[in-house]
Design a protein around this ligand. Structure first.
Ligand code: NAP
Length: 497
């Protein structure tokens, strides 16, 4: 079950949001009455409530907004119980002052906004002993391993426990809470109005992740990277799983560079079957792989991992997706590296990171003469050495008469949509211009290229293809690419085109 927290300054807005949520199907709502400006009046929100509630009046020291006296707060909580609310949230230090009464269930809670303490079990035992119906522990995740520690606690508790890790590292613990046995998880009314760090909205939880349908049998996938919050992959992979009627879910895991190894150790216990891999792990993950495909060997980077029979296998779908997208725009039938259809073409790759690496490798294998330009010249030189091609200074990138131009830098990406890595007047109609940036789809570079009658390949095409190849690796079935493209385009939105 998803419990939606409502934190509004006015009683009538609390009631209106509650009513709206019940109409949307919310089964439990937390009234964060500490958000009320001025006096809290239970009579305005409790008697006519449209559905079950948790009444919470959180003090500032516990991350809330309540700044009245402790005496009045305790009185309000006692009154809520006397009024027969379904649940009250009582912090551990006041639980003993507020006796059980009637049918109201007691959530005994503890918050730590700095860390996930080492002694979670002792804390849990202490809270459980305070006549708890439910124990709630909410702590900041500083490391991905904190999620697993919290979820283990939830799974092994004999008393119903809601254990969530805050912060974007902790988001998976919110999504996996029910799968590990928590009676509910918390969400916000709107994704732009989070009441705790890392919270998702009710609609995100319900419509993207299908929280209430996640069971122990649901197969778990995800994307690892840092940062990860802006990744579009959960949207499109979950939409594809849903359309295919599969009991699978795909989560965002923010994994800082130094936590990759410990996260991979945890992945088995979390039940992860496959992962997309993005910055900064595409290259460092190679050390952890037992098997790799030819593309990973060639590019020396992996963007997909499968966990099979205790083995980690790596794949690179960026490489194939980019080459297939290019081949389609050139109307080449055989996009494989066997056909050296780029022989005699000069290609300029701008950017020497993961995308630049995959594309430069693919272009060279198909016969193109490749030139790499990157802001940091040492990076361009290292990649050029690896591929066996030439590096040029970033400032000299316009000096070549190129047939294929590929942007593998983030220049032009939302919100910096007025940027372009290449000056318009150097573009010629004979050129193929490939921009890997996919948000927006029509970057300034793509717009300029179209206006100069170049052949264009967009980042959306590549992104959908790499995601479709990942879907196939995860499921052994063809991906619903039209749906994935629609979901992506709807999300990046025409306003950003
Ligand atoms: P990355 O590993 O971080 O590499 C980024 C490259 O861009 C580096 O060479 C970097 O140079 C350069 N760069 C960054 N900011 C720059 C700036 N302001 N001016 C000039 N150069 C700059 O990233 P990546 O994974 O290769 O991704 C690069 C782009 O490709 C991103 O926009 C990403 O969205 C896109 N991409 C798209 C797809 C797709 O499916 N469509 C897949 C993967 C990536 P320094 O070394 O100097 O920092």
């Amino acid at each position: 079950m998803i419990c939606v927290s409502i934190g509004r300054g006015r009683h009538r807005h609390v009631s209106a949001e509650h009513k709206h949520l019940v109409e949307q199907g919310a089964k439990l709502v937390e009234l964060r009455l500490d958000y009320i400006n001025g006096q809290i009046n239970l009579k305005r929100v409790v008697p006519d409530r449209p559905g079950p509630v948790i009444v919470t009046i959180r003090r500032q020291r516990d991350g809330g907004k309540y700044n009245g006296s402790e005496e009045s707060r305790v009185m309000l909580l006692r009154t809520a119980i006397a009024d027969g609310v379904e649940y009250v949230d009582l912090e551990d230090d006041i639980a003993h002052q507020i006796p059980r009464y009637g049918r109201t269930k007691r959530i005994i809670s503890l918050h730590d906004f700095r860390k996930t303490p080492d002694d979670l079990r002792q804390i849990h035992a202490r809270l459980a002993a305070l006549d708890a119906d439910i124990v709630k522990i909410s702590t900041l995740a500083n490391h991905p391993h904190d999620n697993l520690r919290m979820l283990r606690l939830v799974r092994e508790s004999t008393i119903p426990t809601v254990g969530v890790c805050m912060g974007d590292i902790g988001t998976p613990s919110r999504l996996l809470a029910g799968r590990f046995g928590a009676p509910f998880t918390y969400a916000t009314f709107h994704h732009e109005r989070t009441l705790a760090p890392g919270q998702l909205s009710f609609l995100q939880m319900r419509d993207i992740y299908h929280y209430d349908q996640l069971t122990a049998e649901t197969e778990l996938y995800g994307v690892i990277g840092d940062p990860i919050a802006q990744s579009m992959s959960p949207l499109i992979q979950n939409a594809a799983f849903e359309q295919a009627g599969m009991n699978k879910v795909y989560l965002p895991f923010r994994i800082p560079r130094e936590d990759l190894a410990s996260f991979l150790d945890d992945a088995k216990e979390l039940g992860i079957r496959g992962l997309s891999v993005t910055i900064p792990h595409k290259e460092t993950i190679l050390k952890k792989l037992d098997k790799v495909d030819g593309a990973v060997r060639g590019v020396a980077a992996a963007n997909t991992v499968l966990f099979e029979n205790g083995c980690l296998s790596g794949f690179n779908t960026d490489y194939r997706a980019a080459m297939d997208s290019l081949a389609e725009s050139l109307e080449v039938q055989d996009a494989s590296s066997a056909g050296r259809y780029l022989q005699g073409k000069l290609a300029l790759v701008m950017g020497a990171g993961g995308a630049g690496r995959a594309i430069a490798f693919g272009l060279a294998r198909r016969g193109a003469e490749v030139v790499i330009a990157s802001r940091t010249s040492q990076r361009a030189e290292a990649l050029a050495k690896f591929i066996g091609c030439k590096a040029v200074d970033w400032t000299a990138r316009h000096n070549y008469s190129v047939d294929i131009l590929v942007n593998c830098t983030p220049l032009g990406m939302h919100p910096n949509v007025d940027e372009t890595p290449y000056e318009r007047h150097h573009l010629k109609p004979s050129m193929v211009v490939f921009d890997t940036v996919y948000n927006p789809e029509s970057t300034l570079l793509i717009k300029d290229a179209r206006s100069r009658s170049c052949t264009v390949v967009t980042g959306v095409e590549m992104f959908i293809r790499q995601a479709a190849l990942q879907f196939k690796l995860f499921t052994s079935q063809e991906a619903p690419t039209d749906l994935m493209r629609d979901v992506l385009r709807r999300t990046i939105g025409p306003a950003k085109y």
